[in-house]
Design a protein around this ligand. Sequence first.
Ligand SMILES: [Zn+2]
Length: 363
Amino acid sequence: MFSTIIGQPQAVEVLKGAIENQRLVGTYLFVGPAHVGKATTALALAQALNCVGEPDAPFDGCGTCYGCRAIADGTHPDVRSAAPSGPSRTLRIPQFWPREGVREHPADRAMLRDLHFAPVRGKKRVFIIEDADALNDDTANSLLKVLEEPPAYAIFVLTAPSTNSVLPTILSRSQAVRFRTVAAPDIEQALVSRHGVDQAHARFLAAFTQGQIGEAFRLASHPALLDARQAVLDAASDLTSGSPLIAAYKVADDLRKAADKLTAGRKDDAAESQRTALTHALDMVLLWYGDLLRIVVAKDSLAPINADRAEMLHRHAAGYAPATLARAVAILNDTRRYIERNASAQIATEALALQLLALPRRK
Ligand SMILES: [Zn+2]
């Protein structure tokens, strides 16, 4: 339902306005960062168009009728989605058009197999193509005619990170609707009210996911994250406590072990996920230094992101000048880049810890 979409008032207004004024176009391109609600909004549009119940608001779905529930479950015969699949992350022709003998994409499940039949249960057929930037030339060419002029009862919704990430032939046939990252307080509130996340963890998740509300929702039910976060914060607080007994190699080791907790239970490419986990751990350390910087610069006017460790943060902040903390943030960002570019995790984290421990402190 449109009423449950968080942080995208303009996109929702454009779509509701189009329904109200009967000016829906045949092909929409939802553009914006990952995990901000593009696919969810596409489903909300499908619900608004196919609702057979009594919605609370005009031009929206009710969320509870057969149509709305089937669309949310992915079982509505008139609403279908396709997304990139396989390691090459491409959208292939057999996902759209029936092709015999393709094991991963059986002909009877091709998205557009019965495009030329009117809706079965609803009023509009809605075809959602996620990550349309993954359409290769052949697949895109096979779709051009239908995107140009879909049957009157059909609407296509494509999603992509930006307009220039999709082929010009696709872009020219669609109307772009812009999505943006969601404001941290909006994410925080949604985590508390909808997912029952406690306030402190919600505040952390909202900052950590940087406006990617879908990612925040996903991580809210990720028990390993809580665990990993505490371990990262223990390492981070070793770095800023000012104790002369802290050894760089030990903190580096703790950081890598904390990152490993983030990869627990994941089956994808091990080296890749290890690197990604380490960058996420560094993101958490960045939030820690960001908190220190805010405390030093803004004094008490802002609550720290890591509210559960506020007392410790205030104690550690007293040891630093603002410029030193800004330097720490720069060092962390550099290290994050090295790791993204395949640097050895051990060397990168040890160099990081050495540099951070060597930063000057106030007496
Ligand atoms: Zn409904």
